[in-house]
Design a protein around this ligand. Structure first.
Ligand SMILES: *[C@@H]1O[C@H](CO)[C@@H](O)[C@H](O)[C@H]1NC(C)=O
Ligand SMILES: *[C@@H]1O[C@H](CO)[C@@H](O)[C@H](O)[C@H]1NC(C)=O
Ligand SMILES: *[C@@H]1O[C@H](CO)[C@@H](O)[C@H](O)[C@H]1NC(C)=O
Ligand SMILES: *[C@@H]1O[C@H](CO)[C@@H](O)[C@H](O)[C@H]1NC(C)=O
Ligand SMILES: *[C@@H]1O[C@H](CO)[C@@H](O)[C@H](O)[C@H]1NC(C)=O
Length: 270
């Protein structure tokens, strides 16, 4: 339509009135003004048709990103060169070339590595960083691994409790002995996560609590410490498919939108 308006024929210059000459002389200017108008209307049309009113740069979030050894990551993960508004604060990744990213969350110590992610199934595979520090540890320290991303985990979780240097050497029901050189009696056992603590009253100098999937518990109890070491060393899947509050933009992604969040609340953009 725009181009039809511009298709008119001009009479030879000499036969024009002064007024007509002025019009012709200013035609390039009119045309360029016109193209500016056309271009801006197209931009405005694109902006209103293609993106929602609260897009605010979120189209950037549609691009998957790579972080260390992991590729094609998307919401709720962010970090590296992907801005925070494309992810959820609890899922901040620290990317290092040739390594699996660590999950740093929001101002918290890194306790887990992300070793796999399947956005379609909403499954992430994690492993504790340096699991050997929890197995017959050299520098004993009471510790509970409780990163903030656990608030958005849908899987049934149990606490793997590792007890070291226990003064009472008799075996305790529901616990399995750990043979650690240089330590007093040591055991591992399980309770539901989050722990209410005090399930075990054994007098132990060191207790370490690590969240693990509930369906791994039976196998670990039967197969003992080697199985525990295997689980911590290889990692395990956790589901971040959240059907109930707090949802991280479930409805948004299923409708083809992209998700991001600011620090106050999750922002949806369709
Ligand atoms: C990246 O992830 C998207 C969405 O999860 C998927 O559709 C696509 O096939 C993946 N691409 C590659 C190269 O893995
Ligand atoms: C963990 O999730 C990954 C990615 O979806 C999948 O390939 C793998 O089979 C899962 N492992 C277990 C033990 O379920
Ligand atoms: C660990 O916690 C127990 C029980 O609270 C305490 O008695 C012990 O001193 C702590 N051990 C270390 C190494 O801090
Ligand atoms: C920790 O070890 C010290 C030194 O052996 C001992 O006196 C103390 O009772 C132990 N703490 C616990 C909670 O068993
Ligand atoms: C472990 O127990 C021994 C003997 O009671 C004690 O000397 C040592 O200090 C304890 N270790 C820790 C880390 O509490």
């Amino acid at each position: 339509m725009v181009q039809q308006v511009l298709l008119f024929t001009l009479p030879p210059l000499r036969s024009m009135s002064t007024h007509q000459r002025m019009v012709v002389a200013s035609l390039p200017l009119l045309l360029s003004l016109h193209s500016i108008l056309v271009v801006s209307s197209i931009l405005i049309l694109l902006a209103t048709a293609g993106f929602s009113r609260d897009d605010g740069g979120y189209s950037e979030c549609k691009k998957p990103f790579d972080c260390g050894l992991l590729q094609n990551l998307s919401y709720p993960f962010w970090g590296g060169n992907r801005p925070q508004y494309c992810g959820h604060p609890a899922f901040r990744l620290l990317c290092q070339e040739g390594q699996y990213p660590s999950i740093a969350g929001d101002r918290e110590p890194e306790q887990f590595r992300l070793v796999g992610a399947d956005p379609n199934r909403k499954v992430m595979k994690v492993e504790p960083i340096d699991p050997e520090q929890y197995i017959c540890p050299q520098n004993p320290e009471n510790k509970t691994l409780n990163p903030s991303f656990l608030s958005f985990i849908d899987s049934d979780l149990h606490s793997l409790n590792l007890f070291y240097n226990c003064t009472d050497s008799s075996d305790k029901p529901g616990t399995v002995r750990i043979g650690c050189l240089g330590w007093g009696g040591s055991y591992f056992g399980f309770e539901r996560w989050p722990t209410v603590s005090g399930q075990y009253p054994p007098m132990c100098n060191v207790t370490i609590r690590i969240p693990v999937p509930g369906d791994a518990v039976d196998g670990l109890q039967k197969r003992g410490m080697p199985a525990v070491e295997g689980l911590l060393g290889e990692g395990y899947n956790l589901s971040y498919l959240y059907g109930s509050a707090p949802t991280i933009c479930q409805g948004c992604t299923s409708s083809g939108g992209v998700c991001g969040s600011n620090t106050a609340k999750v922002v949806e953009s369709h």
